[in-house]
Design a protein around this ligand. Structure first.
Ligand code: URA
Length: 250
């Protein structure tokens, strides 16, 4: 049985369990709304460590063995997905005119989910979708500098002066000065490159390339921190993150 994981101090994972009400345990695990869960418990459908428990207010440990209708319910406070975002979807939970990345998830998974950071409507690739505000803040806060890698295509060949400008820190058209970034053009096709940045400003890469008098025609995020886009995920597809991937993001 998987135990609740918790990080104590900078990047030091430790396994711990906590005590919560049985009805909260079951709603955290998305087995139903609070009232549905209470009904299940009162009807005697829930057991804890082999014994039927009919009181929703019973306090249990997240490491306890809980079953609902005979099926084990593993404790997960949060859910985390890796989405390979296709073009044409906005990174938002709601939008008046465009489809959002949440439209790629079935209705029953959508509640509480949101994208971590954003990719432009026409950008593709790695987007984390989760319900963990703390992790989202840690990854996107301007003070954490999560490294992100992108594959880009441009309308004109990228040259050594572009590489140097990225390295020295680009100044955008609005005067804001960016941190040093890495531009690694493909030797065989200088219109393609790998870009590594550690900030997350609006349209950042498009504006960096625009400051060099060139235009981004394709942009795909391939990694965020230690998390790498699963090459088996087609555009528009998603999968849950593994426990290791979640730990590595913290
Ligand atoms: N930089 C951009 O310009 N667009 C994105 O979607 C991501 C990074």
């Amino acid at each position: 049985f998987r135990q609740d994981k918790c990080v104590v101090g900078p990047g030091r994972p430790r396994i711990m369990t906590k005590t919560i009400r049985l009805d909260k345990y079951l709603t955290d695990c998305r087995t139903g709304s609070r009232s549905e869960v209470k009904n299940h418990i009162r009807k005697g459908l829930v057991s804890v460590n082999g014994a039927t428990c009919t009181d929703p207010a019973t306090h249990i440990r997240t490491s306890d063995h809980v079953t609902l209708d005979g099926r084990m319910v593993e404790y997960k406070q949060h859910v985390y997905y890796m989405l390979n975002k296709p073009a044409g979807y906005v990174s938002a939970t709601k939008d008046a005119k465009d489809r959002t990345v949440l439209d790629l998830f079935p209705e029953e998974l959508r509640s509480r989910l949101f994208p971590v950071g954003r990719l432009d409507k026409d950008s593709v690739g790695l987007l984390i979708i989760c319900d963990d505000g703390e992790l989202s803040h840690a990854l996107t806060s301007p003070t954490t500098h999560t490294e992100k890698k992108y594959l880009i295509r441009t309308d004109e060949a990228l040259d050594d002066s572009d590489i140097a400008a990225f390295y020295n820190g680009i100044t955008l058209a609005d005067g804001s000065r960016l941190k040093s970034a890495k531009l690694e053009p493909d030797e065989e096709d200088r219109c393609c490159a790998l870009v590594t940045i550690s900030e997350g400003k609006y349209h950042q890469i498009k504006r960096m390339i625009a400051s060099r008098g060139k235009k981004v025609t394709y942009l795909k995020r391939i990694s965020m921190g230690n998390l790498v886009l699963d090459p088996k995920l087609g555009e528009g597809c998603y999968r849950e993150l593994t426990d290791e991937e979640i730990e590595d993001l913290r």
